[in-house]
Design a protein around this ligand. Structure first.
Ligand code: ATP
Ligand code: MG
Ligand code: FE
Length: 339
């Protein structure tokens, strides 16, 4: 089977062609970093307009790259949420038009499911269930992935997502946008023990994440003028990592042992985090799977792959874009906050 995937939920405009036997035939991504950089973050109106201008040539481009036409596709999979609604609508409407014109089934994909299943695109041995750490710009969750469409949320953040904490730290340190990769680079030159920073909720027995206090401490450390930016970056990354490992310990202790630990989402591109998670998994005799960095940050191959996982299903052409769409709709809000 062959699936065309379309992604437009944040600030990457992307399309990809992926086969059910895990071959990425073609993929193109246009990043909008240059457009948003002057504002220090993603501006929804600018994002929607940029998606509208770029998506059609990108879709034509991947079809041409692979030497395929829509008639060769068994489904068109598009992100239908969650995300910035203007951008999601651009991608979903394009997918609907192509699906109608070519009489091809439309599959509406939850962007988070794209992240959650992406490790299975690169690892044919990864079966269900697995323990998933989903760490991105808008989400910070631990989930038990029981099957396609079957997610049990074990933890979420009560304030900021981990990627958001990286982005805010980058802003405080004047590293520009997007922040995660810049913090990672600067941290390589710093001492992770140099700046005393809090590890929110560590030792509390609470399953959820919190990063707002860490961010405020980073701001105070920067304003004190007593620390090198590289030391702040390294100490922030270490504190964040300590929080993540502690929450994972709680998640592992709470349920029955799972055979694999999987990390996905933009922050999963971070080398130190990947290395530490691999060590964590090794110590528990769990397999560790992390997609290559380019498949951790937003891309359309993961959306096409989620379409491959759902091949045979189809959604009505009047399906709506969703700004919010939790993977586990039964999960209670964590202290009234995160989804
Ligand atoms: P969501 O998936 O929750 O809707 P999103 O799609 O905006 O949010 P992603 O593209 O999955 O998020 O991830 C982007 C986030 O990942 C940003 O916050 C970015 O700073 C962070 N990130 C990217 N690369 C790295 C890195 N090397 N180290 C740390 N963080 C990173
Ligand atoms: Mg981006
Ligand atoms: Fe994402």
């Amino acid at each position: 089977g062959l699936v065309l995937g379309i992604e437009s939920s944040c600030d990457e405009t992307a399309a990809a062609l992926v086969t059910t036997d895990r071959c990425i035939l073609a993929q193109r991504i246009a990043s909008q970093d240059a457009e948003h950089a002057p504002y220090g973050g993603v501006v929804p109106e600018i994002a929607a307009r940029a998606h509208a201008e770029r998506l059609a040539p990108i879709i034509e481009g991947v079809l041409a790259d692979a030497g395929k036409t829509l008639a060769d596709c068994d489904a068109i999979a598009a992100t239908a949420g969650p995300g910035l609604i203007g951008g999601v609508m651009v991608g979903l409407v394009s997918a609907k038009a192509l699906a109608m014109a070519s009489d091809t089934p439309l599959i509406a994909i939850n962007h988070l499911e794209g992240h959650a299943l992406s490790p299975r695109l690169v690892d044919p041995e990864l079966g269900f269930p697995y323990l998933l750490l989903l760490v991105s710009g808008g989400h910070c969750q631990i989930l038990r992935v029981e099957g396609v469409g079957r997610y049990r949320r074990l933890a979420t953040t009560i304030d900021d997502a981990l990627g958001e904490a990286f982005d805010k730290t980058a802003k405080i340190l004047g590293l520009g946008f997007p922040g995660g990769p810049a913090v990672e680079r600067l941290a390589l030159q710093g001492d992770p023990q140099a700046v005393p920073l809090p590890r929110p909720l560590v030792g509390s027995g609470e399953p959820h994440f919190s990063f707002a206090g860490l961010k405020s401490a980073v701001l105070r450390a920067q304003q004190s003028g007593e620390h090198q930016p590289a030391d702040i970056a390294a100490s922030f990354q270490q504190a964040a990592l300590d929080c993540v490992l502690d929450r994972l310990r709680i998640a592992c202790a709470a349920g029955e042992a799972l055979p694999a630990l999987v990390v996905a989402g933009g922050v999963a591109a971070n080398r130190s985090i990947r290395t530490a998670l691999e060590r964590f998994a090794d110590a528990r005799a769990m397999r560790f799977v992390a997609p290559p960095p380019a498949l951790c940050t937003d891309n359309a191959a993961m959306i096409a792959w989620a379409g491959c996982e759902r091949l045979g299903q189809s959604d009505p052409l009047d399906i709506a874009a969703r700004p919010r769409w939790p993977l586990d709709p039964t999960a209670e809000p964590a202290r009234g906050a995160g989804v």
